[in-house]
Design a protein around this ligand. Structure first.
Ligand code: G6P
Length: 615
């Protein structure tokens, strides 16, 4: 959370920085601000609220031209989201400007020390101390990079800092501990950003920074050191998507665009995963087959929507491999004293690769000697770098705060992992695996058909306008789908929505059913296990109590439910385990449509941020 940008080059730094902030706004939108190094010293502008407020401020009070600048879009932690607390924070001599992502845990003690020395701090933020501390070091004669090293060594907690100094033109310094920062390498210009979206318009050549590194950029140079100033290694990479992927491309909302991109996201995540003889290959994984053969327990860990992908993974991986899978919220995992050892595979799932709760779970698991494999959508992010192995999803950049294509791609990656483990362990024949992969490879076309039928879902959203509470039921893999459907609606429409395991309803939650309450029910395809029959009984139970039922069902099995359904959403036929790939999509469309009808900002729901880099 919080987006930060830095630029040094020949262009208007203001245009580059504000353009970058616009593409990072998904990370937080409580306030925005910029600082430029001009011929007459620092020039700053900052404003509470979304970036449009900063735009208006810049129009009313234009800043002078500059080619060095920094900027920030905020998700508030310390201090209310007002103008004063907005970043950048400038020291009381007006020399040093700082933007920050993270939490400086020892800020109170540092602030007391600064105040005792006569410094006047004006905001309630933890960040402001940094500008004063750096200014003190500069006044003591240290050059800007060295001043940043000195100050970083005193800070505790999580911080990405980007800093400029009025008396050091043409230089921006970044520092990174526990929060993301990447470098964009240009020609006669260089960039810093919380992620590559900040500078994708200008360069696709990026440098991944490691933990506890400081980077100094000028127009022609990039120097990376540790906090002591010693040279420190980095990794260069090329971003495999371009500006168009980070723009709306004619859609009203990023979320709608990302929903529409799901067939591609699934197909791209499946691409190149098997050899010509049909054997699955997960090249980038970095774990040997021997290590995988020794796995006797899996713990799948994630947050939010990614956690529901982990729930789906449990059904599939246990079914195919017979390896027990526990599923755990990242924020709970390390506090329960989990049982882990060298033969435990911890699978973490994160679209952004930066979620702090998940990162902390990874560090804990590795301390306990477990191996960690991360499923991640973001090259260059922290989580894959700190894991033993990685399986990238290829959904492309996800901008809307509520995850859609990221989720489907994660589910696919979990299936691939399960099938690969089955192959390595020899618990499934090659031709069985091949048949399952064939079914998986047919799902992008099925998802496309759901998208083509979206009109029916939009009609249902209109018909349910005014509902104050909406429930979702599912069984088996339909259960996480129900949870995800409810989460999407909470996130976007700020509405009471809950997902339940359909069989559990009668043990309590059925009491909330009253006349007219809309209930979505995900019906599993007909199989040997009578799941479908069971859920049809559940539909009848709630219908008898007045619920208005919206039933998602295999298009070939509509007759089985039509007598109990007020609305029907037809799903293409897919194997039961793959049903989440088609059943989640109408629920995403429903939530998006329902929220848009209420006039909400679908891409940037209140109180949320996409990449949550605090615990
Ligand atoms: C935040 C977002 C959710 C997301 C969760 C996990 O809470 O608002 O949409 O599912 O983080 O994010 P990750 O990037 O780790 O998948």
């Amino acid at each position: 959370m919080c987006g930060i940008v830095g630029y040094v080059g020949q262009r208007s730094a203001l245009d580059v920085v504000v353009g970058g902030l616009r593409r990072l706004e998904y990370r937080g939108y409580d306030s925005g601000g910029v600082a430029l190094v001009t011929a007459d010293g620092l020039a700053t502008a900052k404003k509470a609220g979304k970036l449009v407020n900063l735009d208006a401020e810049l129009e009313a009070r234009p800043l002078p031209h500059a080619t060095t600048g920094i900027g920030h879009t905020r998700w508030a932690t310390h201090g209310a989201p007002n103008d004063v607390n907005a970043h950048p924070h400038v020291d009381d001599t007006g020399r040093v400007a700082v933007v920050h992502n993270g939490i400086i845990e020892n800020f109170a003690e540092l602030r007391a020390e600064l105040e005792a020395d006569g410094h006047e701090l004006v905001s309630e933020t933890d960040t402001e101390v940094v500008s004063h501390l750096v200014a003190d070091r500069l006044a003591a004669g240290e050059p800007l990079p060295q001043a940043v090293h000195t100050v970083c060594r005193r800070l505790e907690g999580a911080f990405t800092l980007v800093i400029c100094d009025a008396q050091t033109p043409g230089v921006v310094v970044g520092a990174r501990r526990n929060s993301p920062l990447v470098v964009g390498r240009g020609d006669g210009e260089n960039f810093l950003g919380s992620d590559v979206a900040a500078f994708i318009e200008f360069t696709r050549d990026a440098i991944e920074l490691g933990q506890d590194q400081v980077v100094v950029i000028t127009a022609d140079d990039i120097v990376v050191t540790d906090f002591d100033g010693a040279p420190s290694p980095t990794r260069d990479y090329h971003v495999d998507w371009d500006l168009s992927a980070a723009e709306k491309g004619g859609y009203d909302w990023f979320m709608l665009k990302e929903i529409a991109e799901q067939p591609q996201a699934v197909a791209d995540t499946l691409l190149g995963r098997h050899s010509s003889d049909g054997l699955l290959q997960l090249d980038e994984m970095r774990l040997s087959d021997d290590e995988l053969r020794n796995v006797d327990k899996i713990i799948a860990i994630a947050c939010g929507t990614s956690y529901y992908a982990a729930m789906v993974a449990k059904y599939a991986i246990e079914h195919w491999t017979r390896i027990p899978v526990e599923v755990e919220l990242a924020s709970e995992f390390r506090y329960r004293d989990p049982i882990l050892d060298r033969s435990t595979l911890v699978v973490t799932i994160s679209q952004s690769g930066e979620t702090m709760d998940t990162l902390m779970a990874i560090r804990y698991a590795r301390q306990q000697r477990a191996r960690v494999l991360s499923i991640c959508n973001t090259n260059g992010s922290t989580i894959p770098r700190e894991s033993d192995a990685v399986l990238y999803t290829h959904a492309g950049p996800e901008v809307a705060v509520a995850s859609t294509k990221g989720f489907l791609a994660q589910v696919v990656a979990c299936y691939l992992l399960g099938l690969y483990l089955a192959q390595v362990k020899g618990v499934k024949y090659g031709d069985e695996i091949r048949r399952i992969v064939d079914d998986l490879e047919a799902t992008p076309a099925a998802i496309q058909r759901v998208l083509d039928d979206a009109e029916e879902v939009r009609k249902i959203a209109s018909a349910l306008a005014g509902s104050r509470s909406i429930l979702f039921l599912g069984r088996h893999v339909g259960y996480p789908v129900a949870l995800e459907g409810a989460l999407k609606l909470k996130e976007l429409a700020y509405l009471h929505a809950e997902g339940f395991a359909a069989g559990e309803l009668k043990h309590g939650p059925i009491a909330v059913i009253e006349e007219g309450v809309p209930v979505f029910v995900v019906v599993p395809p007909k199989g040997r296990d009578q799941l479908q029959e069971k859920i049809i009984s559940n539909i009848q139970e709630i219908r008898a109590r007045g619920a208005r039922t919206i039933v998602l069902v295999d298009e070939n099995e509509v007759d089985a439910v039509s007598a109990f359904a007020d609305h029907i959403i037809r799903l293409p036929r897919v194997p039961t385990l793959f049903q989440p790939l088609v059943a989640t999509v109408p629920l995403q469309i429903f939530a998006c449509e329902f929220a848009a009808q209420l006039g909400h900002d679908v891409d940037q729901p209140r109180n949320l941020a996409k990449s949550v880099t605090v615990e």
